[in-house]
Design a protein around this ligand. Structure first.
Ligand code: GUN
Length: 169
C-alpha cells in the first residue's frame, strides 16, 4: 500500500512503479498523470489518469485496449498474466473453467477480435463467468465506436479497483 501523500512526493519513476500497473501494460498513462500532482484523494488521482486516457489519440486508446490479454485465453492458461489480471480472472472463476467453457470463451473471444481488431475487456471483479460470457456475446454485436467507448469505461473501472487495492487516502 502506498498513500496519496507518498505519491504526491514521489519522483516520476517511483510514481509509475507504484501505480503504473493500474492500466494493463500501459505505464505511459501514469507517466503523464504524474505531471498533474498533487492529488487530493484516490478519486482525484483516478480522474487525472482518466483525463490522460481521454486526451490520448484514438490509436493510443486502442493500444491500451489491445494491451489486455483475452479472458480465460491462452496467456492466462500458460501462466503469463500480470498479477493484477491473474487475481481478477481468478476472482471471477475464469481460472477454473471446464474444457467446454474454455472452448466457448475461445470462440467468442476470437469472434470479437476478428470483428473489432482488439480484445474484449470487461471489469470482471464481482461478475461470474456466465455473466462475463453473456456480455462478451452480447457486446460482439455492437458497433465499433460503441465498443471502444465501453472498453475504455471498463478499463477505467478496472483501474479504479486496482488503485483502491494499492493506494490509501
Ligand atoms: N478485465 C480485467 N482484467 C482483464 C484482463 O486482463 N483482460 C481482459 N480482457 N479483461 C480484463
Amino acid at each position: 500500500m502506498t498513500s496519496i501523500a507518498a505519491l504526491n512526493a514521489a519522483d516520476r519513476a517511483t510514481f509509475v512503479a507504484a501505480i503504473g500497473f493500474a492500466f494493463e501494460d500501459s505505464p505511459w498513462i501514469a507517466e503523464a498523470a504524474w505531471e498533474r500532482r498533487p492529488f487530493d484523494s484516490v478519486d482525484g488521482l483516478h480522474a487525472a489518469l482518466g483525463d490522460v486516457v481521454a486526451g490520448a489519440p484514438e490509436e493510443r486508446q486502442i493500444a491500451l485496449i489491445a494491451a489486455h490479454p483475452d479472458l480465460a485465453g491462452r496467456v492466462a492458461r500458460t501462466g503469463r498474466l500480470t498479477p493484477a489480471s491473474r487475481d481478477e480472472q481468478a476472482s471471477a472463476g475464469l481460472d477454473r473453467l471446464a474444457p467446454e467453457q474454455i472452448a466457448r470463451f475461445d470462440e467468442a473471444n476470437t469472434a470479437y477480435r476478428v470483428r473489432f481488431g482488439f480484445p474484449f475487456v470487461i471489469a470482471v471483479r464481482g461478475r461470474d463467468q456466465a455473466a462475463i460470457l453473456a456480455a462478451l456475446e452480447r457486446r460482439s454485436r455492437n458497433e465499433r465506436d460503441v465498443e471502444i467507448a465501453l472498453a475504455l469505461a471498463e478499463i477505467a473501472q478496472i483501474a479504479r479497483l486496482r488503485l483502491e487495492g494499492a493506494v490509501s487516502a
